[in-house]
Design a protein around this ligand. Structure first.
Ligand SMILES: NC(=O)c1ccc[n+]([C@@H]2O[C@H](COP(=O)([O-])OP(=O)(O)OC[C@H]3O[C@@H](n4cnc5c(N)ncnc54)[C@H](O)[C@@H]3O)[C@@H](O)[C@H]2O)c1
Length: 242
């Protein structure tokens, strides 16, 4: 299948793209930064897979539409969409500027909406499709100095459930993953105090690795996950138990 992964130039998205590439999917590697996307696409091709890189800001409607025209012309319509693009920002609630709040919601929520909006019609026409949204456990339990980020991830989980209810009967499965802390540049940027406190809370005693999230997303994209609809899987080192 053709699989489009957003924010796949780094961290979790790169690991998802590489895993889907190894499983035989043709991967459209999106990122804000073309060079990062190119590097990951090249790694997939070097491993014997098929991949192309596409730059676009997922929160920008014109860029999203232009990218999907190129993806459609060069690869075809994606049967798998992984909405992973995102970034972290940490601040005490009263120090979150409206611009910070808007950007967090623009990338995580509007980006997921815009990408889904352009990919869904072809999935519905084909009577099959898979969408996986990368949320966060912080969307389930909240996080200190992360009100805007947690709120955006909770919105992604809500959107996942609503869309799943709407389109699963037409062959499109929509699910989410809500990782705990994973060793990527996003987590590296958080304060040392936050990381030390979080690590000590985890039953597993360690953060996840990007490839461990890639495996969970690959499962959700597989036929083995046929009964998973509107679920939020939690690869979170035991931090959240639902
Ligand atoms: N690392 C964690 O602990 C963790 C935990 C839970 C959820 N997440 C989520 O996982 C996703 C990936 O995070 P990561 O840790 O791999 O971060 P990362 O910084 O390593 O990678 C994120 C990638 O997304 C790209 N990106 C950012 N904004 C974009 C935009 N507007 N359009 C297109 N690409 C964009 C960046 O350029 C970067 O390459 C994010 O949605 C993040 O919120 C991460």
């Amino acid at each position: 299948m053709i699989a489009l992964v957003t924010g796949a130039g780094s961290g979790i998205g790169a690991a998802i793209a590489e895993r889907l590439g190894r499983e035989g999917h043709e991967v459209a590697v999106n990122d804000l930064h073309l060079d990062a996307a190119e590097t990951v696409a090249m790694r997939i091709r070097d491993a014997g897979g098929s991949a192309r890189a596409y730059a676009a800001d997922v929160s920008d409607e014109a860029m999203v539409n232009a990218m999907m025209e190129r993806v459609g012309a060069q690869m075809g319509a994606p049967g798998i969409l992984v909405n992973n693009a995102g970034f972290g920002h940490q601040a005490p609630f009263l120090e979150i500027e409206p611009a910070d709040f808007d950007r967090i919601f623009a990338v995580h929520v509007r980006g997921t909406y815009l990408m889904t909006r352009v990919c869904l019609p072809a999935m519905l026409a084909a009577g099959q499709g898979i969408i996986v949204n990368v949320a966060s456990q912080l969307g389930q339990i909240g996080g200190v100095e992360l009100a805007h980020y947690s709120g955006a991830k909770a919105a992604v989980i809500g959107m996942t459930k609503s869309l799943a209810r709407e389109v699963s009967g037409q062959g499109v499965r929509v699910n989410a993953v809500a990782p705990g802390p994973v060793n990527t540049p996003l987590v590296e940027a958080l304060s040392d105090e936050w990381k030390a406190a979080k690590r000590s809370e985890l039953p597993l005693g360690r953060f996840g690795e990007p490839a461990e999230i890639g495996g969970v997303v690959a499962f959700l994209c597989s036929d083995d996950a046929a009964l998973f609809v509107g679920q939020t899987l939690g690869p979170n080192s035991g931090d959240v138990m639902l």
